[in-house]
Design a binder for this molecule. Structure first.
Ligand code: ZN
Length: 397
């Protein structure tokens, strides 16, 4: 497959040491066996697919979403008043999950199509494993993933939404860990299970025994939240196999710490290679994302909820999350906007910090998004329209 009139970033333009613009050019791009096979001078008259001067970027990744548990594609329903915190939500889920799971395969497929339309080719989806859903949410989602396997990539987190012990999810998690999943999940071990060590020890052991990663939800923002993160870091340091594949989703407690403590934890996270997956909250809670970046902690984002009983504001776009981050932390210059794009692409950027072209290269996997923008900085700032998505060398949107 060959594209012509593909806009690529080629360098920065400087004035008095400041990046004031991004240079681009038009090229031909050829794809073969799911990879980029050739990048060459543009041939506007060739018989190739016309990319119409749209900007080609690394396609996006949504690293925290619940594809299994959504109202998307079904009838509109706003969230209900929350009673009794997360435990109240667990009681609500025990009522409504059987209904949600009736058509969850179809809804997951529609949700995947929404993500594709926003330039996303890959998602890390949590999937509910508990005594209510048992393994049905996983089985239904695996059907959807199988139906979409030629157009979308996924990895799965076995997620005990209702606690490991609060409702007895242990046997289901053990079974799920032997199935086709990639991470063991978790949620607020202190407030749900009433025990940090017992729950985290189980989670860590299950991950090690089955050679999986870990990705736990942590909303707890007080002392227990901090203890959970520190305990997990210790466990990862004791079990180096978990380095680079352990994540804390949300980690709201980091936003509540004093600055020196934030720096200390950021450094510990970086050393243990524990990443943070943030949905970039705002309002009462601002996460210390710039501090995490300063210490080279792996930071990723996702939509989490699109439309469900937790939240109905998900756009499906990680470019929109990136825009939100840029606004919140003042990444407003050409240079800083261009760097911010790494949140959407999971650290792949067309230009390095010195403006040297580093993507695309021959043999790179052909996961590409075409946007109606003149450069990365504009795409982030304007949340530019996604025109097309290529997954493993095939046009899928
Ligand atoms: Zn979540």
């Amino acid at each position: 497959m060959k594209f012509k009139n593909v806009k690529l970033e080629t360098g920065f333009e400087y004035e008095e040491g400041e990046v004031i613009a991004t240079k681009t050019g038009l090229f031909c791009i050829e794809l073969e066996n799911g990879k980029i096979s050739k990048i060459s001078a543009n041939e506007p008259n060739s018989n190739a697919i016309d990319a119409k001067s749209y900007l080609m970027l690394p396609a996006f990744k949504d690293m925290h979403i619940h594809l299994d548990k959504t109202f998307y594609g079904d009838k509109w329903q706003a969230v209900r008043k929350r009673k009794g915190g997360v435990k109240g939500m667990i009681a609500l889920e025990q009522q409504i999950l059987p209904e949600i799971l009736k058509n969850s395969t179809e809804k997951a497929e529609k949700l995947i199509e929404l993500l594709q339309s926003k330039g996303t080719y890959f998602a890390r989806s949590h999937v509910t494993i508990d005594p209510t859903a048992k393994l049905d949410a996983l089985k239904n989602l695996q059907k959807a993933i199988d139906n979409k396997k030629n157009s979308f990539g996924t990895e799965l987190v076995a997620f005990p939404q209702h606690g490991v012990y609060y409702t007895d999810s242990v046997p289901y998690l053990q079974e799920a860990a032997k199935m086709d999943i990639d991470f063991i999940g978790g949620v607020d071990p202190f407030s749900i299970d009433g025990a940090i060590e017992k729950t985290m020890d189980f989670t860590v052991q299950l991950a090690i025994d089955n050679k999986k990663g870990i990705d736990i939800h942590l909303h707890e923002s007080g002392e227990s939240g901090l203890k959970t993160i520190e305990y997990l870091i210790d466990k990862v340091n004791e079990n180096p196999a978990l380095k680079g594949k352990t994540y804390v989703s949300h980690a709201f407690v980091l936003g509540k710490l004093e600055k020196p403590k934030q720096e200390e934890i950021a450094e510990k996270l970086a050393n243990a290679k524990v990443g943070i997956v943030s949905t970039i909250p705002f309002g009462g809670l601002i996460m210390p994302i710039p501090t995490l970046y300063k210490y080279n902690v792996e930071v990723m984002t996702g939509n989490d909820s699109i439309v469900d009983h937790w939240n109905t504001f998900g756009s499906g776009s990680v470019l929109q999350k990136t825009n939100l981050m840029a606004q919140l932390y003042g990444y407003s210059t050409e240079f800083l906007l261009s760097r911010a794009l790494k949140l959407a692409t999971v650290n792949v950027l067309p230009l390095d910090d010195n403006g040297k072209q580093q993507w695309p290269k021959v043999n790179d996997q052909a996961n590409l998004v075409f946007v109606d923008a003149s450069c990365s900085a504009e795409a982030v700032s304007r949340i530019s329209d996604v025109k097309s998505l290529v997954y493993n060398g095939n046009i899928v949107y």
